[in-house]
Design a protein around this ligand. Structure first.
Ligand code: PMP
Length: 304
């Protein structure tokens, strides 16, 4: 494959039929989003947010892009902004990985840290304050911008269907942070298979299952408020995965599959195995691995 620039490398990631035994011979397929050039599923969103901003007339050559982010969206936005030579400020709670913040800076973005205890809500508030100070600023606001679910509905969902080549899908399992990934793909898959059982994955400490909110080690998923993209969305349920289980499958995937996956992928794999155990023999389940363990090595992702 010959390409002319980095942006042509966004999307069209591989779908892997995981070579693992499930009790009912259920097939588990995982979309390997770490193969995007910025290393995560959020490269797709970065380019969609910037292009939508330009198309709406809200972004011109002098505009500063400001976005609150847990990291991967920041890398995706910084990568996309580079294409259009736009200045970028990313507001990141300080707990998020050193590697992700280093990559944002490498792409030319300025990183503004907020206290971890203030959570993503604290980062959103700070981003809005910064926008007022800067003047000509554009806040894509991934947590409310419909470009987020839309890009997954239009790109990732159809890629899964094309790669499966008419193998029917019984279940879909994916983590939620902003919820864009889950909502967008769930809608695309429901268009093809209205009965598909969609399960949202959250780490223990996230609120979807009604449990108490608390901090967690699993990075990139977990919600502090119900994602607006879930309004009117039909899905089968929520799987709450402990940090221990998520990190167990991160280590398991390296040793058994030869695959470097981040902790949100580990949680998705743990949840997929739970759902697979409930499906009829030979059914097909698809999940998403959003990024790689390599951006969490400073957090000792492989240590117990
Ligand atoms: N996993 C990782 C590693 C992420 O960075 C994100 C984005 N925060 C997600 C999963 C969840 O994606 P979404 O925001 O679309 O729910």
């Amino acid at each position: 494959m010959l390409v002319e620039n980095t942006y042509e490398l966004i999307g069209h990631t591989p779908l892997m039929h995981l070579p693992m035994k499930t009790p009912n011979n259920v097939n588990i397929y995982a979309k390997l989003e770490m193969f995007n050039p910025g290393g995560s599923i959020k490269d797709r969103l970065g380019i969609a947010l910037i292009q939508r901003g330009i198309a709406s007339g809200k972004v011109n050559e002098q505009t500063t892009i400001i976005e609150p982010t847990a990291g991967n969206t920041g890398i995706g936005v910084a990568l996309a902004a580079l294409k259009y030579k736009l200045a970028v400020k990313l507001v990141v709670p300080e707990k998020f990985s050193f590697e992700k913040q280093t990559l944002m800076r490498a792409l030319g973005a300025e990183v503004v840290n907020t206290p971890s205890a203030a959570g993503i809500e604290g980062a959103i508030k700070r981003a809005k304050e910064l926008a007022k100070q800067v003047g000509n600023a554009y806040l894509p606001l991934q947590f409310a911008n419909t470009a987020n679910p839309d890009v997954y509905r239009k790109t990732l969902g159809p890629e899964i269907l094309a790669d499966l080549d008419n193998r029917p899908l019984a279940a879909f399992v994916a983590g939620a942070g902003s919820g864009g990934t889950f909502a967008g793909i769930q809608r695309a898959l429901q268009d093809a298979y209205p009965e598909i059982q969609g399960y949202v994955v959250e780490p223990a400490g996230s609120i979807l299952n009604g449990g108490p909110a608390h901090s967690h080690r699993t990075e990139g998923i977990g919600v502090e408020f119900i994602p607006p993209f879930f309004k009117g969305l039909n899905y089968a349920g929520v799987k709450t995965i402990s940090d221990d289980d998520a990190f167990y499958y991160v280590r398991w995937a390296a040793k058994n599959l030869g695959l470097f996956i981040g902790s949100s992928s580990g949680a998705a794999l743990a949840a997929s195995l739970q759902v697979a155990a409930t499906l009829p023999a030979g059914a097909n389940l698809v999940t998403v691995f959003p990024d790689s363990s390599e951006r969490y090595l400073s957090e000792n992702i492989y240590e117990k």
